[in-house]
Design a protein around this ligand. Structure first.
Ligand code: AAO
Length: 474
């Protein structure tokens, strides 16, 4: 279940973290469809516990499978899926199959109004009771398989997926979403569930809904959150046959390189050469909603120049199933998404250039990022060729005769003739500007009959990357 069921030549998934369904529906029609995005990963859709201050992570604590959250209700969800599919943008749901909520004093109330008694493992909204869970224990050794798969991840009540009842409830939930037209699932905390149990669940759920434009017998796309740096007892290799797996080393290594801790010349062998999973099995990202909050090598929107360079490389290099992050501004791990006084999530607002202004970051609306989504579509199915580097952190390469990328992560200018592999003509650099009514608002590059063009990326330039492709010819 590795096929994401993309439309046409589309290639890139965006995670619209904590967005409301009605806003995503409008975004599909107004922005994602026209810009060529392939799909959206949406936040968890089922009822969750209500936590004080409404941190984003309350949504990772299920109370039932009713489709009512701060992002909207079932009708709004169904409307979003329909409208996004109509413009060729697929919906992938973040699903929590591993656990229910964490402990809570007394009776907890969920976002759909269901009551639960987490300390007794009682969730009548499903219903689940104590016998549907593994006995409580804490994970203290992350290399102990029993603990990782049967104890409680950060204290979240751990469902027993080998039980018939639990399986039937999870399958019913997934089938309901398939019926509503989704294309697949991000499986949260997959490492904390036995691969055999997941295999049973994935192979039992329905085919995708043909009324939403999917072919007959199309299987749901599955991408599993497994954090494995290569030395885990529970490894990514237990899951990659079942579906794609999040490749966390991609995120860490790309952050490391573009932060300047590793020369970009080494990226020539990016991908499996770095020990990553096979391209069609790897869900790749510069940052995700968890590691963008950690200190460390991972880049996020707070380092915009490096972040855009890393994203351009991510989307230009032919490796992986790409996902870009779309965040809200945060100070710390617990910051809630933009909300009003009644704790309702607010809709993003846009300035005249289309950028978000009211607490939403909307990296996917940064020109340098959506332009690379277009680049990836334009060069789809071409090979990488003509790798060039200066022996340090200036690099360039071609994608067939359809696209060319150059990056300068040195503290001095890149100024020289480089092979672009493009047909002769004048091309608009889609990073520094865009093609508007046949003229380029940024840098233009003249490509000679030989394919060579003069490339300049000053060390002080606003962006450290230049990208040309055949759909942006002046
Ligand atoms: C909240 C509170 C808790 C409270 C709990 C229950 O914060 O204090 O106990 O409620 O009341 C999210 C939030 C949590 C939140 C939870 C529930 O992040 O803060 O807890 O919702 O509301 C492991 C799992 C991985 C998981 C990750 C957070 O393997 O599956 O922990 N991610 C998913 C989601 C995430 C969500 C949940 C799961 C729960 O994406 O948003 O939590 O649904 C190592 C291990 C990993 C481990 C990490 C983090 O990785 O290998 O398995 O992930 O540590 O603990 C280096 C190291 C590497 C390390 C990595 C990442 O690279 O080399 O070993 O860093 O730190």
């Amino acid at each position: 279940q590795h096929n994401p069921h993309w439309w046409g030549n589309r290639n890139t998934i965006v995670h619209l973290f904590e967005w409301k369904w009605s806003d995503i529906a409008a975004e599909c029609e107004n922005f994602l469809g026209p810009k060529g995005f392939a799909g959206v990963q949406v936040s968890p859709v089922n009822e969750n516990i209500i936590s004080a201050g409404r941190p984003w992570w309350e949504r990772y604590q299920p109370i039932s499978y009713k489709l009512i959250t701060r992002s909207g209700n079932e009708q709004e969800f169904a409307d979003m899926v329909r409208r996004c599919n109509d413009v060729g943008v697929r919906i992938y749901v973040d699903v929590l199959l591993n656990h229910m909520s964490g402990d809570f004093d007394g009776i907890a109330v969920g976002t759909a109004g269901s009551e639960a008694e987490p300390s007794k493992k009682s969730y009548p909204g499903v219903p689940y009771s104590a016998q549907d869970f593994h006995p409580s224990c804490e994970i203290t050794d992350w290399n102990d398989r029993f603990q990782v798969q049967q104890c409680e991840l950060v204290g979240l009540k751990d469902l027993d997926q080998s039980s018939e009842w639990v399986r039937s409830k999870l399958i019913e939930f997934l089938d309901h979403l398939i019926e509503l037209g989704v294309a697949g699932f991000r499986v949260d905390a997959a490492k904390h569930m036995a691969a055999d149990d997941l295999s049973y669940i994935y192979s039992t759920i329905s085919d995708l809904n043909t009324e939403h434009g999917f072919p007959h017998n199309a299987r749901p796309f599955i991408f599993q959150e497994v954090i494995d740096h290569g030395h885990e007892t529970v490894s990514r290799e237990e899951y990659n046959q079942l579906g794609a797996v999040t490749e966390f080393r991609f995120s860490e290594e790309i952050g490391n390189a573009f932060r300047g801790n590793n020369a970009l010349k080494w990226l020539q062998s990016w991908g499996t050469g770095w020990g990553f999973l096979a391209s069609g099995q790897a869900l790749t990202f510069v940052d995700n909603h968890d590691n963008q909050r950690d200190m460390g090598a991972v880049l996020n929107y707070k380092s915009p120049k490096q972040y855009k360079m890393a994203t351009a490389f991510h989307l230009a290099y032919p490796y992986g199933i790409s996902r870009v992050m779309s965040s809200f501004a945060f100070d710390d791990h617990d910051t809630a998404p933009p909300q009003d006084e009644q704790e309702r999530i607010i809709s993003p607002e846009f300035d005249e250039e289309g950028a978000c202004v009211n607490g939403w970051i909307c990296e996917h609306r940064w020109r340098q990022i959506y332009a690379m989504v277009g680049f990836k579509n334009a060069v789809r199915d071409t090979e990488l060729s003509n790798w060039w580097d200066n022996g340090d952190s200036q690099i360039s390469f071609c994608r067939g005769n359809k696209g060319f990328l150059a990056v300068n992560n040195n503290l001095y200018d890149l100024s020289q003739e480089l092979q672009t592999c493009l047909p002769a003509g004048v091309y608009c650099d889609v990073i520094s500007g865009s093609l508007v009514d046949g003229s380029c608002t940024g840098k233009s590059v003249i490509v000679e009959d030989s394919g060579f063009g003069y490339i300049h990326i000053g060390s002080e330039d606003f962006d450290g990357v230049l990208a040309l492709h055949v759909d942006a010819r002046v």
